[in-house]
Structure formats: structure tokens, C-alpha cells
Design a protein around this ligand. Structure first.
Ligand code: PNS
Length: 163
């Protein structure tokens, strides 16, 4: 049986931290579906779901067992329909923990067939997030250390336009 994992997130935009988690997940599972999902707590989106999907496709093109999809529904339903056995999330600091723990428990209540698996971030990505990237870009700072080089131009263009 193929062991499928879903790696959900807002990815607005995808960062080197996300890419690290996706790459490591691709070594643990037969197939990884990166799922561009809706986080109702986050307002002020910079990229459309389709744009985020295309950026992730661009930076994961060399990972043969990684696919990218979009969902605007419940993660648990998607995971069940995809036949996935795991939800993979990255954990940075302790501050991520309570929220991620809550989501893991809720998802388990909604669908028992998949485990949430947390991969710890690497030290250099510890304080990295899409919001940090947006903040730095908004003030004209250099984001080249935080996002994959292939999509740096597209991200800068959009975020600078938003300033
Ligand atoms: O990158 P994020 O914003 O931390 O990811 C959060 C995300 C998108 C994975 C979460 O909000 C989510 O799962 N959204 C889909 C809708 C859903 O199932 N919500 C209930 C989660 S318990």
C-alpha cells in the first residue's frame, strides 16, 4: 500500500522553511501532497491559492513524489479522501506547539485514520514564517535568505507592489 502524507498550510508565500519540511517528508513517505489550504484566522492574503500552488510546484519540481493541490474545505475530509495516513507539519518554537496540538487533536477527532506527524525545523529556519517574509519585504529588506531563489523575483514584485 502506498503511504501518502498531506502537508497542509497557507504557504502565502512558500518559504525555505516550508521547502525543508516538504523535502524531508518526501523521504519518509511514498507520496506527499502539499495542500494549499485556507486558514480562516489569517487575513490579508498576498497570493491567490492558484499562485501559491504554482510557486510550490516550481520549487518542488525535482521531488518526484511530491504533488501540489488546493483545498478550501476541511483538512480531515481531504486527508480521508486522499487515503493519506499522515498529516505532516513543521514545528518551530514552543509558541507553535499549543496551536498545532489543538489542530492535531481536532483533526484526529474528525478523522482517526491519519496521524499528525511533526518535523522539527532546522535551527536556521527557527524564526522564519511567511509573515516575517512579508514584513521584511514590506520595508524593502532583503528576503533572499528566506525564500527559494526560483520564486524570489515573483515574490518581491508582488510584495513591493503592496507597499
Ligand atoms: O500555514 P498555516 O496557516 O499554519 O496552516 C494552517 C492550516 C491551513 C493547515 C489550517 O488552518 C487548516 O487545516 N485549514 C483547513 C480547514 C480545516 O480543516 N480547519 C480545521 C483544522 S483543525
Amino acid at each position: 500500500m502506498e503511504r501518502i502524507a498531506v502537508c497542509p498550510g497557507s504557504f502565502d508565500p512558500v518559504t525555505l522553511g516550508h521547502l525543508d519540511i516538504i523535502t524531508r517528508a518526501s523521504k519518509l513517505f511514498d507520496r506527499v501532497i502539499v495542500l494549499v489550504s485556507k486558514n480562516i484566522m489569517k487575513k490579508g492574503e498576498s497570493f491567490t491559492p492558484q499562485e501559491r500552488k504554482e510557486m510550490i510546484q516550481c520549487v518542488t519540481k525535482d521531488l518526484q513524489n511530491v504533488a501540489v493541490d488546493i483545498s478550501d474545505g476541511l483538512l480531515a475530509n481531504y486527508v480521508k479522501e486522499a487515503g493519506a495516513i499522515a498529516i505532516v507539519k513543521g514545528l518551530r518554537a514552543v509558541s507553535d506547539f499549543e496551536y498545532e496540538f489543538q489542530m492535531a487533536l481536532a483533526n484526529r477527532k474528525l478523522y482517526e485514520g491519519a496521524e499528525t506527524v511533526f518535523l522539527t525545523t532546522t535551527a536556521e529556519n527557527m524564526y522564519l514564517s511567511s509573515s516575517v517574509v512579508k514584513q521584511i519585504a514590506a520595508f524593502g529588506g532583503d528576503i533572499s535568505h528566506f525564500v527559494p531563489p526560483e520564486i524570489l523575483g515573483v515574490i518581491e514584485k508582488r510584495l513591493i507592489k503592496e507597499r
